[in-house]
Design a protein around this ligand. Structure first.
Ligand code: FAD
Length: 391
């Protein structure tokens, strides 16, 4: 019998936990340790997410990952069941509605054509059709909108993280409360991961799943990873009026809102000049009054009467090269795997990434879904795979 591979994963958020789960689906293939410096996930993106899923991407590989993601989430009670405990993530599927002005209409139409070719159930609605479908929406300045008919909605992201973690543990994964702080190298390989608490974990393979902090980990191997921690604030608010059949709505400028129980959530992308790295995770409360509320009220007249009830901030692990995930090996290190740079869509893609990375690591290549368009090589070769539908 061959000795199992020793694998150390740095970061136990949804990505690290999903990879650990898929790696240990076949008993005996590997021994997996996940290093997590904060088991409360206080600042982890997975715990501060808006936890939504959509099929409307502009890149085919993202669509395919979301198609697998929604199927996985719909059946998560079976997929990640542990004994008698079947996780429930409260998935609902009211759709996403991308709105476009005249300036953005051609690009939206092109996206929809490509999405249809990849089996996405999405309708292009004129502004008149938008008014009929959503009488509470003011369509001034809008040319059209793209509405997803299936596979788009939201869920409890923290429950997804905990379900992966519980499943991985049940399959023998060790979650260790420790902070990785370097690599032991043998030639170009990573032979071990050192931790601040004083030990070295020897390994045959290591995984960088450190979320917004992934560039620090990459630097231990002398690799530049274009992933930056960019703060995003999410606000909750109440509205005295109901908005029947309200999907997740995205304004042409990137502001978004959606229902959350009896309330609503909303968020926005700051102007590039204000989008600095590593800002403290204090919510940008002032933006609600100055930027968000006026824009909300213009799009939905009932939002004139909203009341902000809370806010939180988290880091997007932003791949500034092309806003897409970076998966797999870098040419300079044959056994350090990357799963980083999800740029705001990592929760919904965690099932596909977990399965894909496990195949790559254990079988030497992708088997179920080809994730090679997201390989690290595109960065050194300066071939961006630009995702246009970034929220
Ligand atoms: C406001 C907001 C809204 C979002 N909305 C959505 C959405 O609607 N849909 C969607 O799909 N995605 C969304 N995302 C993105 C999604 O949450 C992330 O892509 C995903 O959670 C990334 O998971 P991760 O495991 O890579 O990172 P994290 O969850 O950040 O996990 C990384 C972990 O690594 C640990 N770590 C880092 N360095 C070390 C070290 N040296 N040693 C040990 N541990 C270490 C950290 O403590 C952390 O727990 C959103 C994110 C934010 C912030």
């Amino acid at each position: 019998m061959s000795t199992p591979l020793r694998i150390v994963i740095i970061g136990g958020g949804v990505i690290g936990s999903a990879i650990a789960t898929f790696l240990t689906q076949t008993p005996g293939a590997c021994e997996v340790t996940v290093l997590e410096r904060d088991p409360t996930y206080g600042n982890a993106s997975s715990a501060r997410s808006a936890s939504s899923i959509r099929q409307q991407f502009s890149t085919p590989v993202n669509i395919r990952m979301s198609q697998y993601g929604i199927d996985f989430f719909r059946h998560i009670g079976t997929q990640l069941r542990v004994g008698e405990t079947a996780p429930d993530i409260g998935l609902v599927e009211p759709g996403y509605l991308f709105l476009a002005s005249t300036a953005g209409a051609a690009s939206l139409q092109e996206n929809v054509r490509m999405q249809h070719a990849h089996g996405v159930a999405v309708d292009l609605l004129s502004s008149t059709q938008l008014r009929t479908a959503f009488p509470w929406l003011a369509t001034r300045g809008l040319r059209c909108g793209a509405l997803g008919r299936a596979g788009e909605g939201w869920y409890d992201g923290y429950s997804v993280l905990q379900a992966f973690r519980a499943k991985a543990r049940a399959q023998g994964v060790a979650f260790v409360h420790a902070e990785a702080n370097g690599f032991v190298r043998r030639g170009p390989r990573v032979a071990g991961v050192t931790v601040r608490e004083g030990a070295t974990l020897h390994c045959d393979m290591a995984v960088n799943a450190a979320g917004p902090w992934a560039a620090v980990v990459a630097r231990w191997a002398g690799i530049e990873l274009p992933v930056h921690a960019r703060r995003r604030t999410v606000f909750s608010f109440t509205c005295p009026e109901r908005l029947p059949r309200c999907p997740l709505v995205i304004e042409p400028g990137g502001l978004w809102f959606r229902p959350e129980g009896e309330q609503f959530l909303c968020g926005y992308a700051p102007a590039p000049a204000d989008d600095l790295d590593d800002l403290p995770l204090d919510p940008d409360i002032g933006a609600f009054e100055t930027l968000i509320w006026p824009a909300l009220a213009q799009r939905v007249p009932a939002f004139v009467a909203v009341r902000m009830t809370g806010a939180w901030a988290g880091y997007y692990e932003m791949n500034v090269f092309d806003h897409n995930a970076i998966l797999g090996l870098h040419a300079d290190c044959p056994n350090l795997y990357f799963a980083n740079g999800f740029s705001g869509h990592g929760l919904q893609h965690a099932p596909a990434v977990g399965r894909g990375l496990a195949e790559l690591m254990l079988l030497g290549g992708y088997r179920s879904l080809d994730l090679s368009p997201l390989a690290f090589s595109r960065i050194s070769e300066r071939r961006p795979l630009m995702e246009r539908n970034i929220i």
